[in-house]
Design a protein around this ligand. Structure first.
Ligand SMILES: CC(C)(COP(=O)(O)OP(=O)(O)OC[C@H]1O[C@@H](n2cnc3c(N)ncnc32)[C@H](O)[C@@H]1OP(=O)(O)O)[C@@H](O)C(=O)NCCC(=O)NCCS
Length: 150
């Protein structure tokens, strides 16, 4: 596979958000912060086809309280046909390097239980206890302070 990672628009993220993250889940695929200046969306392309997405939203959490450059990673998804083939790992690894150039360094996320090993493989750690997100299921808060992605 010849994968290319680059910034994408909010609208670009919608089809994969709907198909991968909101299938049978009655929650919005749009976020209030999607079009803020401080929000970034990245995509991974195989040839011309967008096969993975992720969004970074500037937002504090209790783990990184009162610090600048704290971002929530949201809506990470890989096209179903490409899951489990290493695309997500390569994509997020490359994205973290690009994100660092934009000063996105302290990152937290709410991981679905099934995705915890995926984020661990990229250097994120679980903090705190399991919690439930209505319609989606068990989640874990995970964090990463970026020094690995130089
Ligand atoms: C989670 C997701 C983004 C991972 O992307 P992917 O391309 O499928 O993952 P990769 O093939 O790059 O896997 C990388 C590593 O993550 C782990 N991993 C990925 N999916 C996993 C799963 N379902 N169960 C256990 N481990 C998994 C593996 O340890 C793998 O490491 P390896 O190198 O030892 O094989 C993708 O599967 C997806 O979009 N899933 C549905 C939506 C979702 O759950 N998004 C996350 C919301 S928090």
């Amino acid at each position: 596979m010849n994968l290319i990672v680059k910034e994408i628009t909010t609208e670009d993220t919608y089809p994969l958000r709907k198909n991968v993250l909101r299938e049978n889940i009655p929650l919005s695929f749009q976020f209030a912060e999607d079009n803020l200046e401080t929000t970034s969306h990245f995509g991974v392309f195989e040839e011309e086809k967008l096969i993975g997405i992720v969004t970074f939203i500037q937002k504090e959490n209790e783990y990184f309280k009162n610090q600048e450059a704290v971002f929530q990673l949201r809506a990470m998804a890989v096209d179903k046909a490409y899951q489990g083939k290493g695309v997500g790992k390569l994509f997020l690894g490359e994205t973290l390097k690009l994100a660092k150039e934009k000063n996105i360094r302290k990152i937290w996320l709410n991981a679905r239980e099934i995705a915890v090993p995926f984020y661990k493989s990229l250097g994120f750690s679980v903090v705190g206890d399991v919690f439930d997100v209505k319609f989606v299921g068990n989640h874990f808060r995970m964090v990463q302070e970026q020094d690995k992605f130089k």
